[in-house]
Ligand binder design. Structure first.
Ligand code: SAM
Length: 224
């Protein structure tokens, strides 16, 4: 082991330092990621080309609010790549409410991820209707939004107003090309940050290149 971080780990794999999380569901892979056994503990390689949160860590994320026992609301879980690593990190006493509106995608997520991980509560709903998530029973430490919608920032704010704790952290993936194809990516990010400024302190913006060339991440702390 090269060095141990808070809730993720760096190990040497194929001659390179790579990111790992401790597998909460030993023996199970989610997206054919490599498994590594160290002193009887199984770890899963967290691939930055597959997960934008891993790409953020690789590109210098300063505030990592996912810890053992954290609670998270995750919008746009898709087939569960990133949420599976957050599930490893928050552990059996943590809780992640995972929202996905496509029932086809959600079926994969349920079969391959949620069924093996008791800290994930799947919510098959539209993120535009946060008042309809009947299973979110408390406010959360982190809201993570990756829904690739033109009005994603508005949706993120509405969800945070209902479910994010005061001083809680928002991770907002900005798909720079899906909002307006004619605009400069930097201008798109600036405009989305402006929409957040009334309710959030912006902590960091991270370009996800070379792992992902069409996205950036905004990390912000809720003021109220
Ligand atoms: C880019 S993918 C997310 C990838 C995933 N976050 C990961 O890192 O593993 C975006 C997902 O958001 C979902 N989505 C889009 N609009 C949504 C909405 N209004 N409510 C819920 N899910 C939505 C899509 O069906 C899709 O699965």
């Amino acid at each position: 082991m090269l060095e141990e971080d808070r809730d993720y780990f760096w190990f040497e794999l194929d001659g390179e330092k790579k990111l790992f999380t401790e597998n909460l569901s030993p023996g199970k892979q989610v997206y054919k990621e490599k498994l590594l056994n160290k002193k009887g503990i199984e770890y899963r390689n967290w691939e930055p080309f597959r997960s934008k949160l891993a790409a953020c860590i690789m590109n210098g994320l300063e505030e990592f609010p996912f810890r053992e026992k954290s609670s998270v609301l995750y919008l746009g879980v898709s087939t569960g790549t990133t949420i599976s690593h957050i599930s490893d990190i928050v552990g059996p006493k943590g809780m992640i409410f995972g929202v996905e509106h496509s029932s086809r995608v959600a079926r994969d997520f349920l079969d391959r991820v949620a069924v093996y991980r008791k800290n994930i509560v799947p919510i098959i709903q539209d993120a535009k209707k946060p008042d309809e998530y009947f299973s979110v029973f408390s406010k959360v430490d982190v809201v993570y939004v990756d829904i690739a919608q033109p009005d994603q920032t508005k949706i993120a704010i509405a969800n945070c107003k209902m479910y994010l704790k005061k001083k809680g952290i928002l991770f907002l993936v900005i798909k720079t090309r899906s909002i307006d194809v004619t605009k400069e990516p930097n201008r798109i990010i600036d405009e989305e940050m402006q929409k957040l400024q009334t309710n959030f302190d912006i902590l960091q913006r991270i370009d996800l290149k070379p792992f992902d060339k069409d996205h950036a991440m905004i990390i912000a702390r809720s003021i109220d």
